[in-house]
Design a protein around this ligand. Structure first.
Ligand code: PMP
Length: 405
């Protein structure tokens, strides 16, 4: 692989080459959704221009070729996260759908009244609400693993909360508010000691770390394509084969069945059992393209580039009076800040007027913000296409916004 070249990478993102409110766009909201490189956009166009057919159905050549590409994409994902089998990769619409699938199949079948689901305080709502729903359905309880004031997980509390009642531990790999990386390996080791399964929300983790689900020993690992430079509407549920095989299906429909009759229906083997209906084939192919594109880059160089930008951004804004960075984590590409006495939305509006796109608000993490005593933060999230100039423009724009407010 050639050395990481930011100019070459930047050129591949057409969405970045536009003006926003009369200024060149500075996109610092990649943790919400990343922009897409041309190869990903072209994959979608090529699929619908030349290869579109339904998969795993019919016998004509076009469907056979679409099916082959679709299954090849599954293998690309399998290799990317080092899963043992390709049937452990289930296509979903995204991380949210994958988490709901686990809750409504594995959890709903397993949980008994009084059982506990440990959910960290740092979670996105997508990794809280599905557990509350299934707890309501089964009589199980959702128990919070608190965080420490520095926005890391309270591991002592976690170890104390783990008991024989613990059936599921739901935890983000990397959180979307502060970029905190949770110690997944230590969590899976401890949880497995109590025979609890660990569900890892990899929506942010997959973007910033080489993931090996076997090394993490995650029972389930989920992510969305759209944060990984692929389109929205495609995502992945990884599950250990034995768990997936024992789980009941969720959605019923075509492809997830082996034989249907009014006296009873038998279900397909993995992965088909969890893929009812016509899937998002273009999305799967585009996700595979995004992964191949990422793997063609000098990842180490890219990480170094992001780390430099982060350092520069933090130094540049730290001079601002009353600015506080919330739970600053080493190595994170995401950081959140507030300016005391100024509403985050007002700052975001003034930044937007200067062409700077970042996220202001609660980041779908009400419990974490409550624990911090905040109603919202401003969040900068860096991706490998961001440039030094982006960071300089952001710093200058923030200084200007704060001087006006
Ligand atoms: N978990 C985390 C940590 C996230 O950042 C997000 C997206 N903001 C999600 C889950 C949900 O992902 P999606 O909306 O793509 O399903």
């Amino acid at each position: 692989t050639a050395q990481f070249d930011i100019n070459q990478v930047y050129q591949q993102f057409p969405a970045l080459q536009q003006n926003c409110n009369g200024q060149p766009l500075v996109y610092l909201d990649s943790a919400a959704t990343a922009q897409k490189p041309l190869v990903v956009i072209e994959t979608i166009q090529q699929y619908y221009s030349g290869h579109n057919a339904n998969v795993h159905r019919g016998s004509h050549s076009l469907t056979a070729s679409a099916t082959a590409k679709f299954e090849q994409a599954r293998q690309t994902v399998q290799q990317f996260i080092h899963a043992q089998h390709s049937c452990e990769i289930i296509w979903t619409r995204g991380a949210t759908e994958a988490l709901n699938l686990i809750a409504q199949t594995y959890a709903r079948q397993t949980l008994q009244p009084g059982d506990e689901i440990l959910v960290s305080e740092l979670e996105h709502h997508a990794n809280i609400v599905p557990w509350q729903i299934v707890a309501e359905q089964t009589g199980a309880n959702v128990v919070k693993i608190p965080m420490l004031p520095d926005c890391t997980l309270d591991m002592d509390a976690f170890h104390q909360l783990l008991t024989n009642k613990t059936k599921i531990v739901a935890i983000a790999h990397i959180t979307n508010v502060t970029g905190t990386r949770n110690p997944i390996e230590a969590i899976t080791t401890a949880a497995h000691h109590y025979n609890a399964v660990v569900v890892v929300d990899g929506a942010q983790g997959i973007v910033h770390e080489a993931v090996d689900v076997q090394k993490l020993d995650a029972d389930f690992y989920v992510f969305s394509g759209h944060k990984l430079y692929a389109p929205a509407g495609i995502g992945v549920l990884y599950g250990k084969k034995a768990l997936l095989e024992a789980m009941p299906p969720w959605h019923g429909g075509g492809k997830m069945v082996e034989k249907v009759s009014f006296s009873g229906t038998t279900f397909s083997a993995l992965p088909g059992k969890f893929e009812a209906g016509t899937p998002n084939v273009a999305g799967s192919l585009a996700l595979a393209t995004a992964i191949e594109w990422l793997e063609s880059l000098d990842r180490h160089g890219a990480e170094k580039h992001i780390a430099q930008l982060r350092q520069k951004a933090i130094e540049g804004i730290s001079e601002i009076d009353d600015l506080r960075i919330i739970g600053l984590q080493e190595h994170a590409s995401i950081f959140s800040f507030v300016v005391d006495g100024v509403h985050h939305q007002d700052i975001a509006t003034l930044l937007d007027q200067q062409g700077i796109a970042l996220r202001a608000g609660h980041h779908c993490a009400h419990p974490m913000l409550d624990a911090l005593g905040l109603t919202g933060t401003l969040r900068v999230s860096l991706a490998l296409y961001n440039t030094e100039q982006d960071v300089e423009r952001f710093i200058a724009a923030l200084h200007k916004a704060c001087s006006l407010l």
